[in-house]
Write a new protein. Structure first.
Length: 46
């Protein structure tokens, strides 16, 4: 189906509705460095 295609083969940018639906589902990109930084900050603050 259309959702099974590779990201490289997609020619259009995602629509605002697709993005907002993904955010509602909790499917948002997160940086690994951000979570590591937050963990270190929490340890240092304790």
């Amino acid at each position: 189906m259309a959702d099974d295609t590779d990201k490289e083969s997609k020619t259009e940018e995602p629509t605002e509705k697709k993005i907002s639906d993904a955010v509602e589902k909790g499917n948002v990109p997160r940086s690994r460095e951000l979570s590591i930084f937050a963990s270190l900050l929490g340890i240092l603050a304790a």
